[in-house]
Design a protein around this ligand. Structure first.
Ligand SMILES: NC(=O)c1ccc[n+]([C@@H]2O[C@H](COP(=O)([O-])OP(=O)(O)OC[C@H]3O[C@@H](n4cnc5c(N)ncnc54)[C@H](OP(=O)(O)O)[C@@H]3O)[C@@H](O)[C@H]2O)c1
Length: 336
């Protein structure tokens, strides 16, 4: 079968190889992949910033949809012919985190899904929603669950609360869609006025161009009449985190999700204490959370925001687009 594999760090080392088709072991299933979606995390991986100990060669990409075509011994959760999507943290079914959730992920310590077939534990799969196309279903797992888990499961978002969404990438636009659908008032920041217009069309009540307004936290305070917002999806990290502490309401929650601007942060601890801010690290979410999210998405008939769909052979162009910053999700169609 064909598989896009990393043979070393750097996008130059992502190559299309002929590899033997893996056989399922106990509790595993074989999935014929239809589509995969990209996440910024895939860039972190090939740049060597996610797992510097990555063992090469390793097939890339975590988020996928496909059809179960064969079962290993003892596998019984799905039948051949069923359409499934992958859960990012393959061993996190439910319950509190144990600390290694993001270790057992596809393209990292487990061969990924940018290939004709994926062999995976049946426990890491959920049924794909029937109302979504393969490309749309592939867009859901990592980015969708991250936003859902942060805002809804941990944040307990209620209607009328205010939410700040930073940027217009995959996690952010799921956050915008989820918060808007639940009746929250959303502020979106972006480096692009054109993207901000599109965010408004998706329900953003207020927008801020963070490239033109680097001290965007003052703008957030002005919009909220100096109250601050109830929740922030912090996808930027670095110096941005201190600004988020200024922009949050007393008692509000900052979901610490991303490191687009750096892995280290210098934060005002006194403000954090005085405002009694909840700062919560997020590591995507458990399979049960993905199932909860899919039920709600199905009720709402929520469709992910798709930016571009690339062919399997053109996978490198899809990754290059990821580096430029998409509006929503980028998909690679593995099989028509
Ligand atoms: N902890 C977790 O569980 C988890 C899960 C998923 C993702 N993540 C992390 O979350 C981050 C986003 O991931 P993603 O896959 O959604 O990325 P993505 O789709 O590649 O989105 C990137 C977007 O981020 C925005 N951005 C970049 N720098 C920014 C800044 N200084 N301020 C505000 N926005 C900025 C840009 O939006 P504009 O073009 O609109 O400016 C850019 O298009 C990454 O760091 C990723 O590693 C973490």
């Amino acid at each position: 079968m064909k598989a896009w594999q990393l043979s070393g760090f750097g996008l130059d080392h992502l190559v299309l190889n002929d590899v033997p088709q893996p056989q399922p072991e106990v509790g595993e299933v074989v999935v014929r992949i239809s589509s995969v979606s990209l996440n910024y995390r895939d860039k972190l991986l090939y740049d060597g910033n996610y797992n510097p100990q990555l063992a090469f060669p390793i097939t890339q990409v975590a988020d996928a949809v496909g059809e179960v075509v064969a079962l290993g011994p003892g596998a019984s959760r799905f039948q051949p012919g069923e359409r499934v999507i992958t859960n990012y943290c393959t061993r996190w079914i439910d319950g509190p985190p144990q600390g290694k959730e993001s270790l057992y992920t596809l393209g990292n310590t487990i061969p990924g899904a940018l290939a004709d077939y994926l062999v995976i534990t049946e426990n890491a799969l959920v049924a794909a929603p029937a109302y979504l196309s393969d490309d749309e279903a592939a867009a859901l797992p990592c980015a969708g669950l991250t936003a859902w888990y942060a805002l809804i499961e941990k944040g307990q978002l209620t209607p009328k609360q205010t939410v700040l969404i930073q940027g217009t990438g995959g996690v952010s636009l799921f956050g915008l869609q989820i918060a808007t659908a639940l009746g929250a008032e959303v502020i979106v920041s972006s480096s692009s006025d054109e993207k901000l217009e599109r965010a408004q069309a998706l329900g953003a009540k207020h927008t801020i161009n963070y490239a033109r307004t680097p001290d965007w936290e003052k703008e957030v305070l002005a919009i909220t009449k100096e109250q601050g917002v109830d929740q922030i999806l912090e996808v930027v990290g670095g110096k941005n985190l201190a600004r988020s502490i200024t922009a949050i309401k007393p008692g509000g929650q900052i979901s610490v999700i991303g490191i687009l601007d750096g892995f280290q942060a210098d934060i005002p601890i006194f403000s954090l204490m005085l405002k009694q801010v909840v700062m919560r690290g997020i590591s995507v979410g458990p399979r049960r959370g993905l199932e909860d999210m899919l039920r709600k998405f199905d009720q709402l008939k929520l469709h992910p925001v798709m930016d571009a769909v690339y062919s399997f052979d053109d996978a490198l162009a899809a990754f290059r687009y990821l580096e430029r910053g998409a509006f929503g999700k980028i998909v690679i169609r593995v099989r028509d």
